[in-house]
Design a protein around this ligand. Structure first.
Ligand code: NAP
Length: 257
């Protein structure tokens, strides 16, 4: 059973109001492409100041420019390669957030890599380590370093990205599936640790099938046209990153019915 069964809140039915995220500062990893790009743009269009975190600066600049052509608050680009970033890189980002905004109201861990679809028996060990590092360890490290800024918010939301294969194991999904099980665990552990303060909620979201590069990698023969565009999936993210989810923590949601 996931949280959509156990909570009254159903982000799948959320209809974002204009300016719903006004005044909020929201950081999105993997903001240059796919779901991260769509959610970052949607957050900005609903009033948030967005911090665009990602590894390909050219893509981040494009998203930044797209946002700048609207009435949205000026976004900030924060290049960070989650595979190679060292402690100093994380510290610099956290310092910049605190210095510029004094707080962080939303943090979406969206960046991820698939690795390979291979039986465990044959899974390449360096690929395994890379997937676990980008999908889990880097998300942990980024959360840890940003916690002072998150704690400075009156109403903060940390949102991790999970997957169906992180709730029920599936053959050949290897490190990717295991990384998403770890994300489900990280969500629960951190939510329990932060619950007492009542000001920081921690949840996970499974976007489901989406028309992105990662999906094409996983299902190369699938007709991508049959899948929803990332832009069609943003409302549940706005719900969970914004005031609509206040008071809900430790849960794992689905983005699609
Ligand atoms: P995507 O199109 O491949 O986008 C992934 C994003 O992560 C890109 O912006 C990419 O940056 C970034 N990224 C990858 N490695 C990185 C690194 N080392 N450092 C910083 N950023 C890095 O994938 P997506 O489908 O939008 O997936 C987004 C999230 O949803 C992932 O967590 C994925 O597991 C989850 N998900 C997706 C689906 C689906 O059907 N698409 C289903 C379930 C869950 P570059 O563009 O610079 O490479």
């Amino acid at each position: 059973m996931n949280a959509t069964d156990s909570h009254a809140l159903d982000p799948r039915r959320h209809v974002p109001g204009p300016g719903e995220l006004a005044g909020r500062v929201v950081a999105v990893t993997g903001a240059g492409d796919g779901i991260g790009r769509a959610v970052a743009r949607a957050c900005a269009l609903h009033g948030a100041t967005v911090i665009l975190i990602g590894r390909t600066v050219r893509k981040l600049e494009t998203v930044c420019h797209e946002i700048e052509t609207t009435d949205a608050p000026q976004p900030l680009i924060a290049p960070l390669d989650l595979e190679t970033a060292l402690a100093g890189d994380y510290d610099r980002l956290a310092d910049a957030v605190l210095e510029r905004f004094g707080r962080l109201d939303g943090l979406l861990h969206n960046a991820g890599i698939l690795g390979t679809l291979t039986p465990i028996e044959h899974y390449d060990v360096p690929t395994w380590c890379r997937v676990l590092h980008v999908n889990v360890t880097a998300a942990f490290a980024l959360t840890q370093v940003l916690l002072p800024a998150i704690r400075a918010s009156q109403d903060a939301s940390i949102l991790f990205t999970t997957s169906g294969v992180g709730r029920r194991g599936r053959a050949y999904w290897g490190a990717y599936a295991v990384s998403k099980f770890a994300i489900e665990g990280l969500t629960q552990v951190l939510a329990a640790e932060l619950e007492a303060g009542g000001r920081v909620r921690v949840n996970a979201i499974n976007p489901g099938r989406a028309r992105t590069w990662m999906r094409r990698q996983a299902y190369p023969s699938e007709n991508l046209e049959s899948l929803p565009l990332p832009e069609a999936l943003t409302a549940p993210y706005l719900c969970l990153l914004g005031p609509a989810s206040r008071g809900v923590t430790g849960a794992s949601f689905d983005c699609q019915l």
